[in-house]
Design a binder for this molecule. Structure first.
Ligand code: GLC
Length: 632
């Protein structure tokens, strides 16, 4: 499609706005029009229908912008002036399930004080939209994208909460499951009940042989509990594409109605005050026979279209890619080449997370180094979402390319790490559980809360306990050093352990990931104020890092690793003058910094966390670390 003038309908919509808003909208649309034109053309071809889609998308953006509350408009305008606002604030994030954290959306207010004590500026609440009936993948099978789950509150509660959070300096992030819907979603129900105009919203296949043709090149996300990528629907005599659970139907983005419909829901939530969207399963949005149907270029174009849409209707809103993919596949989610910086603002660095756990089990930094060496520089406003643990398993297979690329036996290394965290080897201190590995010798994932994996639940002596706490702090130190927005997973800040696995969870579906989804524990949480308690030690250590990060760390989109000569030590350079050194072993180790220091023109080196000058040789305690910078 070639660039063109705005259609009459769009001009009409703009001129219906007040004169200030209409001027701003015109400017925003002019800025985004070429990208929208081009990407829609690449997805849907150069036809009258595509032109129609563009018009509808623009009209949608204008209509949502015209009813967008004025406080959100003001925020948009401010953030348009400062496009890297989310990185320069050195924000720290927090992630929790609404029910586990506070019972309901309304209940979150009582946790704001805790979040503020920690220094959190970004709150990711796991799915809170109306889900399909249980099991619903912890809410990731959404039945209505425009309605809050009635068991957690109402849309009005969401509006109230986002305002309260904003007043407290906290942006709310919501999941937006772009790839699939619950089989109880209106589109799915209509398609199933025989309304053929909705068949094109999904991928229906007519025969087992068609299924087999696709399956030949597809992977599997839940090989044990949801094998295959298609669910048979006896009433329709068809198979429906369902990458995850059979009740999660993948959307068909070759149908522009899907693109438009999901866009509408996204803008609806943005107008309720959601400031950031975690775009779930972004890698799977486009399917092509004979491929893995992961990370295809079209998936990126879809995200770029949504970025343009939000740039027009709500530019203060952040898009975050959840693509649990090998390292090399991650930077493209920020946009590549001429689209650099025009896709997502943030993306999870899932391989860094997995690699850090491998390094801890191996007591050597090699795998993290490989991952960071494969991590390209990000565009100016891009930032990594780093994390230690989340509600999902630790997926080991994302690390295969790094290991295989160096001719190493990936299966052996990853299996060893997985077994270590399941506590299946004598030297292990961890209390995790294998995930989706019914086939012996196969590597998939590991479940468990960070504290349990770091040795807290199995600690028998004061020394064990001290080491477990140090491991937890070490992993958080890496995350808080590297991250554009590092995330704390609810409870990690006070050592919350695994949820007991028992029958009461059956109603949510048998899913081993439940063990890292425990409820908030008020007793334990209150002990963060009890000097010397385990909880206080964990909390204080993490808090100290957050304070140091805000005060002294500078965000950089460029990371590199430095060789120190000690294989247990990870040394990460961030920008020109910051170095994080992390000892992954249980032995103290000394590190010489002369080589690195030479680049600093004789400036003094400072331990940022403890505010002390350091000499050329530093000694790191077992699992110790330092963040170094030049003296201010
Ligand atoms: C994401 C979520 C995960 C969910 C999956 C399917 O990966 O983090 O919990 O099962 O998407 O929606």
């Amino acid at each position: 499609m070639t660039s063109r003038k705005l259609p009459a309908r769009v001009v009409e919509e703009i001129s219906a706005m007040d004169s200030f808003r209409s001027k701003v909208m015109q400017r925003r649309i002019e800025r985004e029009l070429d990208v929208l034109n081009e990407k829609l053309g690449m997805l849907y071809g150069d036809s009258g229908e595509t032109t129609q889609v563009l018009d509808e998308l623009l009209v949608q953006a204008i209509q949502f912008a015209s009813v967008r509350p004025s406080d959100l408009w003001a925020l948009d305008l401010k953030r348009e002036q400062e496009t890297d606002w989310h990185l320069q604030r050195k924000t720290v994030g927090y992630c929790a399930y609404v029910d586990k954290f506070a019972g309901s959306l309304g209940g979150i207010e009582q946790r704001i004080h805790h979040l503020q004590c920690l220094g959190v500026g970004y709150l990711h609440l796991l799915p809170f939209l109306k889900p399909g009936s249980p099991p619903n993948d912890g809410g990731f099978a959404v039945a209505d994208f425009e309605q809050v789950d009635p068991s957690l509150g109402s849309n009005q509660d969401l509006v109230v909460l986002t305002r309260k959070l904003r007043d407290a300096g906290i942006s709310l992030c919501a999941d937006f499951v772009l790839n699939h819907v619950s089989n109880e979603h209106d589109w799915a129900k209509r398609a199933r009940s025989g309304d053929t105009s909705y068949h094109g919203y999904f991928h229906f296949l007519d025969s087992q042989s068609q299924v087999d043709e696709y399956e030949a090149t597809l992977g599997q996300v839940f090989p044990d509990t949801a094998p295959g990528n298609f669910a048979y629907l006896p009433d329709m005599h068809k198979w429906v594409w369902s990458t995850f659970y059979p009740y999660q139907w993948d959307l068909n983005y070759t149908n522009p109605r899907v693109l438009l419909g999901m866009g509408k829901s996204l803008l609806t939530l943005a107008n309720l005050g959601v400031e950031s969207f975690r775009l779930d399963s972004t890698g799977y949005l486009w399917k092509k026979k004979g491929t893995s149907c992961i990370n295809l270029s079209e998936a990126h174009w879809i995200l770029q279209i949504y970025r343009s849409l939000t740039n027009i209707a709500c530019p203060g809103v952040l898009l975050k890619a959840e693509a649990i993919m090998p390292t090399k596949e991650l930077p493209p989610y920020f946009g590549s080449n001429d689209m650099a910086g025009r896709e997502c603002h943030l993306a999870y660095h899932s391989s860094l997370m997995s690699a850090a756990w491998v390094a801890l089990s191996e007591e050597k930094a090699e795998v993290v180094e490989m991952v960071l060496d494969n991590t390209s520089e990000l565009p100016k406003c891009g930032g990594w979402m780093t994390y230690v643990r989340c509600h999902d398993d630790i997926g080991w297979n994302v690390l295969r390319p790094e290991l295989e690329g160096r001719g190493l036996d990936a299966n052996k290394r990853l299996l060893a790490a997985a077994m270590f965290y399941e506590g299946a080897v004598d030297s292990s201190y961890a209390d995790g559980k294998a995930f989706q590995v019914s086939v012996p010798g196969k590597v998939h994932g590991t479940n468990g809360m960070a504290s349990a994996l770091a040795g807290l639940s199995r600690a028998r002596t004061a020394e064990d306990l001290g080491l477990a706490i140090s491991r937890l702090h070490l992993l958080y130190a890496v995350s808080l050093f590297v991250g554009g927005i590092p995330l704390i997973y609810m409870g990690d800040e006070y050592g919350l352990l695994n949820e007991e696995w028992d029958a009461q969870h059956m109603d949510r579906g048998i899913d081993g990931r439940q063990i890292q989804r425990p409820a908030w524990n008020e007793d334990k949480a209150s002990r963060i104020w009890m000097k010397g308690s385990t909880e206080e030690q964990i909390f204080t250590g993490i808090k100290k890092l957050i304070v140091a990060r805000k005060k002294q760390l500078h965000h950089s989109t460029r990371l590199s690793t430095i060789q120190t000569g000690a294989k247990q030590v990870l040394a990460i350079q961030s920008g020109d003058s910051q170095l994080g050194v992390f000892n992954f072993s249980c032995q103290p180790v000394s590190v010489h910094l002369e080589g690195w220091r030479r680049n600093l023109n004789g400036l003094n080196l400072q331990d940022i966390v403890h505010d002390q000058l350091v000499a050329d040789e530093i000694v790191l305690k077992p699992y110790g670390f330092m963040w170094l910078g030049v003296q201010a």
